[in-house]
Design a protein around this ligand. Structure first.
Ligand code: 5RP
Length: 232
C-alpha cells in the first residue's frame, strides 16, 4: 500500500468509531482529511447525527462543504472523540509529535477537551524515539521570538523560524503566532522536554503531545493496525 492508501485506510477505519449524537473533533492534515471525507460519507448515506469542532480552517471548510454540522466551544466545553493525524507516534507510549501542518495549538486545545483522542497515520510515522529527523514544532508569541528561540536552543535543539513555501514574511498561524521548528536528537525523555518547553517564556504550546492519545490506527502494507497503550 502506498502512503496515500495507508492514510486513507486509517481515516476510513477511524470514521467507523464515530457514534450518533456525539461531538467530534476534526484533526488537520492529509490523513485527517480522509477521516473527514469518510465521515461526510456516513452523514450522507446513513444519516449519522454528529456535531463537529474542527482544528483548522482547512478542516472547517472540508466538513462544512460535506454537510457536517459544526459547533464551537462557545456552545460546548467537551468533545467525545477527536481523530487527528501526527508526524511521529512513539511505539508503546503513543506520545506524539504534531504540528508540521501548522495547526498544533488548535489541535492541542481540542485534544485536551476530548474524552478520547484517536491518532491516524501511515506506518512510517511509528518510531521508537521521537525527534531525530522530524523537528518538534513550537508555537511562540511573535514579540521577541528571537529571544524565545535562544532559550529553546539551550535545551539542545536548533530552532528554525517557519516560513511559508512562497512569501516574504514568516508563517503566522491561525491564532496569530510564529512557529519555531526545533530539531532535537532522538528524545530520551519526551515528557520532561514537553514540561521544559511549555515553561519557557514566549512559548504558547509545543507539538509534543504527551499521554494524550488513547489509540493509534495505523495503515500498513498488510492493512490497518490498531495500537492502544497496552498493545503499543
Ligand atoms: C497538523 C498536524 C498533522 O496532523 C500532521 O502534520 C500529520 O499530517 P499528515 O496527515 O498530512 O501527514 O499535526 O498540524
Amino acid at each position: 500500500m502506498t502512503k496515500d492508501s495507508q492514510q486513507r485506510a486509517a481515516g476510513a477505519a477511524a470514521a467507523l468509531l464515530v457514534e450518533n449524537d456525539t461531538i467530534v473533533g476534526l484533526g488537520t492534515g492529509a490523513t485527517a482529511s480522509y477521516f473527514i471525507l469518510a465521515l461526510v460519507e456516513r452523514v450522507k448515506t446513513e444519516g449519522l447525527r454528529i456535531k463537529a469542532i474542527p482544528t483548522s480552517k482547512r478542516s472547517d471548510q472540508l466538513a462544512e462543504a460535506g454537510g457536517i454540522e459544526l459547533t464551537s466551544f462557545a456552545k460546548t466545553r467537551r468533545v467525545d472523540l477527536t481523530v487527528d493525524g501526527a508526524d511521529q507516534i512513539q511505539r508503546g507510549t503513543l506520545h506524539l509529535v504534531k504540528g508540521l501542518g501548522g495547526a498544533l495549538l488548535r489541535e492541542k486545545i481540542v485534544a485536551a477537551a476530548s474524552d478520547r483522542l484517536v491518532i491516524i497515520a501511515e506506518s512510517a510515522k511509528l518510531v521508537d524515539r521521537l525527534g531525530g529527523p522530524i523537528p518538534v514544532p513550537v508555537e511562540v508569541v511573535r514579540f521577541g521570538w528571537e529571544t524565545t528561540a535562544a532559550r529553546l536552543a539551550a535545551f539542545g535543539c536548533e530552532p528554525k523560524l517557519r516560513w511559508p513555501k512562497d512569501g516574504n514574511e514568516p508563517l503566522v498561524t491561525e491564532l496569530g503566532n510564529y512557529i519555531l521548528d526545533c530539531a532535537f536528537p532522538p528524545i530520551l525523555d519526551p515528557a520532561k522536554l514537553e514540561q521544559d518547553l511549555s515553561h519557557t517564556v514566549g512559548v504558547v504550546e509545543s507539538g509534543l503531545f504527551i499521554g494524550m492519545a488513547d489509540m493509534a490506527i495505523v495503515g500498513t502494507s498488510k492493512g490497518v493496525e490498531t495500537l492502544t497503550l497496552k498493545t503499543g
